[in-house]
Design a protein around this ligand. Structure first.
Ligand code: NOJ
Length: 712
């Protein structure tokens, strides 16, 4: 559809467009049976990088199958105009709020659909293994169970709107350094119980595509690895959709085809290219069939999988035409697909803010104060404009997403200063100082304010862009832009200092014991509504309930893994990643996984466990004993029988419950076979170990309020 100027958001109904795999395959079989070998080979073949607006395209078979547009990324349509920048996956995870996460997925699905984009290249689900890994913020957490919930809810939401989701990056892509070169070495059990887990939950959620990653897995390129693609993903997990390569992650024709890769991306514009980074599929694929190097059945299978995926999300019926437009390109048609999505973004931003300290109940801010100081460039706008650099790589002003293919162009950005100015009553004077380096003036401004809010951030991204010397992964765990000195200067000057951090993950906090730092808020990377979300929490319009999705260590050497410069990245810590390691080695973290405060308190009681066959029902009573309504994130950690050789505690359930002041709620959680099982490497099967299990129910991985055992 061509249009000039700004169009109103299309009226998008919220019906679920998906159908079952059985129905989808029945339709796909009919369709593919009409295609010649050459036509079938069109479906798995990319036509080159950015041959138009989309990141990737397939060509389509006239009269039979349309060209497909594939585009990033996991928080919104990359490089486009008229789209939303959702909260990052990091924040979605920190909300522990299934409903808001699902709604975020639906909203992204609506936006991709509204632009006519067939495939959303997301969600990402590599675990936060190494705290410095550049794309941690695109993924969300160190815990596979939480990642699995995040992935499944997102996929269900996105695909309900008729857009294909892509679970990425399969598998072992937990750092940026040397990502095209290194080989990840992990043992079978670690792979199954940690890194595969979110992909397994994605397959159960009906994901139609999986992206194989750049790295090698135990010595074989992930995109031509028979074991992980054919045996594990398509065999064990029963994945019925198609495997696409990450961009230029294909290294062969025959091997990739026979070992399970179904779509080569981005392919190459030169359809006859045989050498170099050229077209591995297309003509090379049909030649390989004719030479007997690749079975024709495999090409049938690729085409079937892709066509079935397309039918599964209902793209055969009324899928909008492509109406993509780049951000900032003038005279291009703009279709605005944002709808009311800002509401979910604001709500999730507030629901994901993690309150780590609140001495003397300094928060929520009282409207009776006279003067509020707002300090630090992270509270304000980027002086160079809204989207001044490629893929959000400038990193000045408040940080609301990281950089790389997982970023999108802001339609607007409510900075913390904006948000506070909107919300603060006129009786309160706001003074601000956005220069991070002039700490003397910052202290002056902070000095006689009733409360000083000081902002700082830490950024990271994808390796194809280097920002301030960081090639994707972080060079260190320090705050950027002189953050530590700024915080210290403000805290020295004002005894009511509140620190707000926007960060891609854990950071070093050399100032943490400063007595004047009364409150600490980890706000993550909350997308375009960042300032409104923060003001909602600081003023108590929303009672904080966000929780850390990763461990913050006292010192970096306490973590079990870091970025490796070796070409063999050994996951020698096995299953002891994040809190699993801290628990097993009895190391005190600074702030543990699952931690976060509220403006009210909750009391836990009445743990009940009902274990029957393969299902264990757990319930507990939670009472809001404080002065305000609030939400609690009730967490269930499972301790396996000792003989199982598991880490001490494993998150296996959580529930977010809203409880009015003085009221109680009974929270029920269920452990099914999946949550009770471990991977038996000898039998190559999931099994429930026999013996005594411990159920830990609490407010964080270290704040266990109730526990009891059951036997299987
Ligand atoms: C490489 C990234 O790893 C992947 O996540 C992204 O979808 C593709 N580039 C396409 O931009």
């Amino acid at each position: 559809m061509a249009a000039l100027g700004c169009m109103a958001a299309p009226q998008l109904d919220k019906r679920d467009y998906t159908i079952s795999w059985e129905e989808a395959y029945a339709k796909a079989e009919k369709l593919v049976s009409k295609m010649s070998l050459e036509q079938k080979a069109v479906l798995p073949t990319g036509v080159g990088d950015q041959q138009g607006f989309c990141e990737g395209y397939t060509a389509g078979v006239p009269g039979l199958f349309p060209p497909l547009c594939l585009n990033d990324g996991p928080l919104g349509l990359r490089r486009a105009s008229g789209v939303s920048v959702q909260v990052t996956a990091l924040n979605a995870a920190a909300s522990f709020d299934r409903k808001l996460i699902r709604e975020r997925g639906v909203n992204m699905g609506e936006e991709f659909r509204g632009k006519g984009v067939n495939v959303q290249l997301g969600p990402g689900m590599n675990l936060m293994r190494a705290p410095r890994a550049g794309r941690n913020w695109e993924m969300g957490t160190e815990d596979p169970f939480l990642m699995g919930v995040l992935a499944a809810e997102t996929i269900k939401g996105v695909q309900s709107q008729g857009v294909m989701s892509v679970a990425k990056h399969f598998i072992g892509n937990e750092q940026e350094l040397n990502r095209h070169l290194y080989s990840t070495e992990m043992d079978d059990r670690t792979m199954h119980e940690l890194y595969l887990w979110p992909f397994a939950r994605s397959v159960e959620a009906g994901v139609v595509s999986v992206m194989c990653s750049y790295n090698q897995v135990n010595g074989t390129y992930a995109c031509e690895d028979d074991y992980t693609l054919n045996k594990v993903l398509k065999g064990e997990l029963g994945f019925k959709g198609y495997v696409m390569s990450d961009w230029w992650a294909t290294h062969s024709t025959d091997k990739s085809a026979m070992h399970g890769m179904d779509m080569s991306m981005p392919g190459d514009a030169n359809a006859d290219s045989i050498t170099g980074g050229g077209l591995w599929y297309g003509k090379n694929l049909t030649d390989a069939v004719k030479d007997g190097r690749v079975d024709e059945d495999r090409v049938n299978d690729m085409a079937l999988r892709i066509a079935a995926a397309w039918y599964k999300v209902g793209q055969d019926k009324h899928f909008p035409e492509l109406q993509f437009d780049f951000y900032n390109v003038s005279n291009t048609p703009i279709v605005d697909v944002q709808g009311e999505h800002r509401k979910n973004i604001r709500a999730l931003g507030a629901a994901s803010a993690v309150l780590l300290r609140n001495k003397d109940n300094i928060l929520p801010l009282q409207t009776s104060i006279k003067k509020l100081a707002v300090i630090g460039s992270d509270a304000g706008p980027d002086p160079d404009g809204l989207n001044p650099c490629q893929d959000n790589s400038c990193a000045n002003g408040t940080l609301a997403q990281g950089w790389g293919s997982g970023s999108a162009s802001f339609p607007y950005k409510i900075t913390p200063l904006d948000g506070l100015e909107f919300r603060t009553p006129s009786s309160v004077e706001i003074v601000s100082h956005l220069d991070d380096w002039d700490t003397k003036s910052a202290a002056e401004v902070a000095k006689d304010a009733d409360i000083a809010l000081v902002f700082a951030n830490s950024n990271s991204g994808e390796e194809y862009i280097t920002v301030a010397g960081n090639v994707g992964d972080r060079n260190n765990m320090s705050l950027w832009h002189n953050g530590d000195n700024l915080i210290k200067a403000v805290a020295d000057a004002n005894e009511n200092t509140v620190v707000v951090i926007h960060s891609v993950g854990a950071i070093d906090m050399p100032w943490i014991d400063h007595p004047n730092i009364k409150a600490l808020v980890f706000a993550g990377l909350p997308g375009q509504e960042t300032g409104n979300s923060l003001a909602d929490v600081l003023y108590g319009d929303v009672n904080p309930s966000g929780r850390l999705t990763y461990t913050i260590a006292k010192q970096e050497s306490d973590y079990s893994a870091n970025i490796s410069s070796s070409m063999v990245v050994k996951y020698s810590e096995g299953m002891l990643v994040g809190y699993r390691h801290f628990d097993a080695k009895d190391i005190d973290p600074l702030f543990e996984f699952g931690y976060g405060l509220s403006y009210t308190q909750f009391k836990y009681s009445d743990l009940k466990i009902n274990a029957k066959d393969d299902t264990v029902k757990v319930s507990a009573k939670v009472k809001n004993t404080g002065e305000r309504d609030g939400a609690e994130i009730v967490q269930l950690y499972l301790g396996f029988p000792e003989s199982a050789g598991e880490p001490p505690k494993n998150l296996r359930g959580f529930e977010k419950v809203e409880i009015g002041r003085g009221k109680s709620a009974t929270v029920e959680m269920q452990l099914s076979k999946t949550e009770l099982s471990i991977w038996n490497t000898v039998k190559q099967a999931w099994e429930i170990p026999r013996g005594t299990f411990t159920v830990y129910v609490g407010a964080s991985s270290r704040d266990i309020r109730l526990h009891d055992t059951f036997d299987i």
